[in-house]
Design a protein around this ligand. Structure first.
Ligand SMILES: [Zn+2]
Ligand SMILES: [Zn+2]
Length: 512
C-alpha cells in the first residue's frame, strides 16, 4: 500500500486520506495532528518540512482513528483523547472490555473499541476546555455520536477558524456510519446527544469544517450543520412512538394464586416472558421459555395439577425468550419447535454477532416452515417470519377458547410500553421495508383478537395501531436513509456486523 499523499488545505495545514482523514498543522519545523489513522502518512512529514510531531489529538477512540498507535509504548509524541475515552483506550481497560463475556449483552456504548489500548494515552481533552501548544490555544467541544465522549477540535490558522469535527458530521448533512448513534436497542439517546453536540457546534463561527471521513466542508459549513441537526432530530423522533395516540387496550387477566395471569381459560402468562397454553389432553405448550421464569412456571404447574409441558415455541432468539429450552427439555422432556430464522443465530452464538444471544447453543427438536401451518394437539397454528425488532423473529397464531391469539414477541407492544415496539436498531438487524412493514401488514391480514407479546403484555388488537406502524416505518426508514452518506441503508447503516468483524484486522497495516 502506498503512503497517503498530503493535500494542502491552507499554508501549513494538510489532510491525509488514511483509515480516517488525518489533519497535520505545522508551526516552524514542529507539528500536531488531529487523529492518527494507520500512521503511514508519517513518512511524508520530512518533505513538508516537519522535523518533529509533538502532539496527536484524537477526536474519539474508534479503531480507524488510532489504529497505528495501538500497543505502541514510548511514542515520541503525546497522544491526547477526550475525557471519558479512558474506558476505550487505556490498555488495561481495553483488555477488560474485550475479555468480558459479551453473551446476553445488548448494544455496546461503542461498536469500534480498538483491539488494544494506547500505552500512555492522556484523556485530558476537556469537553469544553483547551490545551496550549506554545501560545496557540487548541479548543475542544463535546460532540458525541461516535461514542459518548467524542470531541471536536478548534484552532486558528492564517486568520481562519477551523473545526475538526471527527465523525460528528460528514459532508452533505450526513453522518459516517450512522449506526454508531445506537447506544442501546430501543431509545434515541445517542441520536439526541449527537443532535445536542451538533447544535453546540453550529453556534461556532467557522471557515472550514474538517470531518474524519469524506471531503472538507468549506462552503457554508453552518448550513450543513443545521441540515444535519434536523436529520438527527428526525432520526431521534423515529426512535419514539410507532403508533402515536393509540390506547394500550390491555386485556384484564384473572390473577391466579401462583401469581400467574390467566388470560383465557387455557392460556396463562407466567414470570416475565412466558406463556403456558394448555391442551384438553393435559399436555402444555410453553411459549418463550426463559430461565428467570422457571420458578414461576413450576408454581403455575403445581397450581394446575396434572399438566405436563411437552412442547416449547419461541417468538425470537433473544436469550430472555429462549434460554430455558435445554433445562426444560431435561426436566419435562418437552420438545422445542423453532422457526428457521430463530434457529440460525441460536445454533452458534459464539460466532454470531448479534445482541442478546444466550451463552450456549440451542438446537431445535423440530423446525417450523418459514411460513405455513403447525398443528399441536387441538390447536392449529399459522406460522410466519415476523421481522421487526430483530430479523430473528417469528409469529404464530391459533384459536384459543374461541379467541384468535397471536404470539408476537417484542416487535410490537402496547403504545405505552417502549413507545409501542421493542425498538429498531442496525445491530439487532431491524428492517423497515422488509421488516416492520410486511409484519404489520400480516397482523392486519390475520386480524387477531388478542396479541400476546413479550414481557407480560397482552392486549386487544386494533387495526388502527398497525396502520400507524406502517406509516411510522416508512418515515423511520426515510429518516435513517437521510443520514447515510451514500443514501443507501444497506451500505452505511446495516453494515454494523461487518464493521465489528473487521475491527481486529484494521490495525494490521500501520506505520512501524
Ligand atoms: Zn468514528
Ligand atoms: Zn424481550
Amino acid at each position: 500500500m502506498t503512503d497517503p499523499k498530503p493535500i494542502e488545505l491552507l499554508p501549513s495545514l494538510w489532510r491525509f486520506e488514511d483509515t480516517c482523514n488525518v489533519y497535520v498543522l505545522r508551526d516552524g519545523d514542529r507539528a500536531i495532528a488531529i487523529d492518527f489513522g494507520s500512521g503511514r502518512w508519517m513518512a511524508r512529514l520530512p518533505e513538508l518540512g516537519i522535523g518533529k510531531l509533538e502532539h496527536v489529538f484524537l477526536t474519539h477512540h474508534h479503531t480507524d482513528q488510532c489504529a497505528g498507535l495501538l500497543g505502541k509504548a514510548d511514542l515520541p509524541f503525546a497522544v491526547h483523547a477526550p475525557m471519558g475515552e479512558e474506558a476505550f483506550l487505556e490498555p488495561e481497560k481495553v483488555k477488560a472490555y474485550h475479555s468480558a463475556p459479551w453473551y446476553g449483552r445488548g448494544c455496546p456504548q461503542s461498536y469500534l473499541v480498538p483491539p488494544e489500548g494506547i500505552p500512555g494515552v492522556r484523556c485530558n481533552m476537556d469537553w469544553c476546555g483547551d490545551i496550549f501548544w506554545g501560545n496557540r490555544r487548541i479548543r475542544f467541544v463535546l460532540t458525541p455520536g461516535h461514542g459518548p465522549y467524542a470531541c471536536s477540535v478548534i484552532l486558528d490558522q492564517q486568520g481562519r477558524q477551523i473545526v475538526f469535527c471527527g465523525d460528528a458530521a460528514h459532508d452533505g448533512g450526513t453522518l459516517w456510519q450512522p449506526f454508531h448513534l445506537e447506544w442501546d436497542h430501543y431509545t434515541g439517546g445517542g441520536a439526541l446527544a449527537a443532535w445536542e453536540g451538533i447544535m453546540r457546534l453550529a453556534g461556532v463561527g467557522m471557515d472550514l469544517l474538517c470531518p474524519s471521513h469524506g471531503p472538507v466542508i468549506d462552503q457554508k459549513p453552518a448550513q450543513a450543520l443545521q441540515l444535519l441537526s434536523r436529520r438527527l432530530m428526525d432520526f431521534f423522533k423515529a426512535k419514539g412512538s410507532v403508533c402515536p395516540g393509540e390506547k394500550d387496550r390491555y386485556v384484564e387477566p384473572v390473577i391466579r394464586p401462583s401469581g400467574a395471569k390467566e388470560v383465557l381459560p387455557h392460556l396463562y402468562q407466567f414470570g416475565g416472558n412466558g406463556y403456558l397454553l394448555v391442551s384438553s389432553s393435559g399436555e402444555a405448550l410453553i411459549v418463550d421459555p426463559c430461565l428467570g421464569d422457571v420458578s414461576a412456571l413450576k408454581a403455575l404447574l403445581a397450581e394446575l395439577g396434572n399438566i405436563r409441558p411437552t412442547a416449547m415455541a419461541v417468538s425470537h432468539y433473544h436469550c430472555d425468550h429462549c434460554d430455558a429450552i435445554p433445562a426444560l427439555r431435561d426436566r419435562y422432556g418437552a420438545k422445542a419447535w423453532l422457526h428457521p430464522k430463530i434457529a440460525e443465530p441460536l445454533a452458534d452464538p459464539e460466532h454470531t454477532i448479534m445482541p442478546w444471544l444466550p451463552p450456549f447453543p440451542i438446537h431445535p427438536d423440530h423446525l417450523w416452515p418459514e411460513e405455513g401451518a403447525w398443528r399441536w394437539q387441538e390447536y392449529s397454528f399459522a406460522v410466519s417470519h415476523w421481522p421487526g425488532q430483530t430479523w430473528g423473529h417469528c409469529v404464530f397464531m391459533a384459536s384459543v377458547d374461541g379467541q384468535k391469539v397471536l404470539f408476537g414477541g417484542d416487535s410490537f407492544q402496547p403504545a405505552s410500553r417502549w413507545s409501542g415496539t421493542g425498538g429498531f436498531c442496525a445491530y439487532n438487524k431491524s428492517r423497515f421495508r422488509d421488516g416492520y412493514i410486511p409484519s404489520a401488514c400480516l397482523a392486519l391480514e390475520w386480524s387477531p383478537d388478542i396479541i400476546a407479546t413479550g414481557h407480560g403484555t397482552f392486549y386487544r388488537y386494533a387495526p388502527s395501531q398497525f396502520r400507524k406502524i406502517i406509516r411510522w416505518a416508512e418515515s423511520a426508514e426515510k429518516a435513517v436513509r437521510a443520514l447515510c452518506p451514500s443514501g443507501d441503508l444497506e451500505k452505511d447503516y446495516c453494515i454494523v456486523h461487518d464493521i465489528l468483524a473487521q475491527n481486529a484486522a484494521l490495525r494490521r497495516d500501520s506505520w512501524a
